[in-house]
Design a protein around this ligand. Structure first.
Ligand code: G3P
Length: 218
């Protein structure tokens, strides 16, 4: 299973790399705005940190021609840029053209199995179901992931599922149990994956007992 880091924050991405948990990065306009830095300089730095891992950067245009133009300019920033395209009919036109040109796409804001199927048929390299946002409105985000994986398996699509909008460690575990290709995880959730109260308690008691060893040299 691959882990992407769902952030545009370069120090967090470096830290995730050191933990061996950054096979790639996903960004969106909200995450870029949080950095307070320019779009291009931010992307260039992130691409350098995680190369050759893919870095998703989102287009802003809503019409296919605008998306294609933005995507071509974004893909000039670095070889490992992947273009995030929203799940619309114009978006799928853009995906078809870009993938034919060898520019990889990640279809974002996927909330239904049919949307995912259309993105696979358009030839998207990645699709991003936003499971946390579905859970937020009382739907079953992980159920959507299961459906998408089944559809991909049924027809042998090359598209990989990026489980996105992850809120907590349980989401990561469930994505792994379903065999999702990738989870894009916020840094705060990555840190939580290491934690267990019994691990902390075990370390504490071992260190306390170590104090009772008469000769500690080794
Ligand atoms: O990768 C998608 C993600 O950034 C959306 O997460 O928490 O805004 O639903 P969230």
């Amino acid at each position: 299973m691959k882990f992407f880091v769902d952030t545009a924050d370069a120090p967090q991405i470096r830290a995730a790399m050191e933990m061996g948990l950054a096979d790639g990065v996903t960004t969106n306009p909200t995450l870029v705005s949080k950095t307070g830095r320019g779009f291009k300089e931010t992307l260039a730095e992130i691409c350098e940190i995680v190369k050759p891992g893919p870095v998703s950067a989102e287009v802003l245009g809503l019409e296919a021609d605008q998306m294609i133009d933005e995507a071509r300019r974004l893909s000039d920033i670095a070889e490992n840029i992947v273009i995030k395209i929203p799940m619309t009919s114009d978006g799928m036109k853009a995906v078809r053209t870009l993938e034919e040109e060898g520019i990889r796409t990640n279809v974002t804001l996927v909330f239904s199995a049919n949307q995912g199927l259309l993105a696979c048929k358009a030839g998207a390299s990645f699709i991003s179901p936003f499971i946390g946002r579905l859970d937020d409105i009382g739907h079953n985000g992980m159920g959507l992931v299961a459906e998408l994986l089944e559809i991909i398996e049924n027809y042998g699509f090359d598209t990989q599922v990026i489980v996105a909008s992850i809120r907590h460690p349980q989401h990561v575990k469930e994505a792994a149990l379903l065999g999702a290709h990738i989870a894009t995880v916020p840094f705060a959730v990555l840190e939580k994956l290491f934690k267990h109260t019994l691990t902390d308690a075990g370390i504490k008691s071992f260190l306390a007992d170590w104090e009772k060893v008469p000769d500690k040299t080794f």
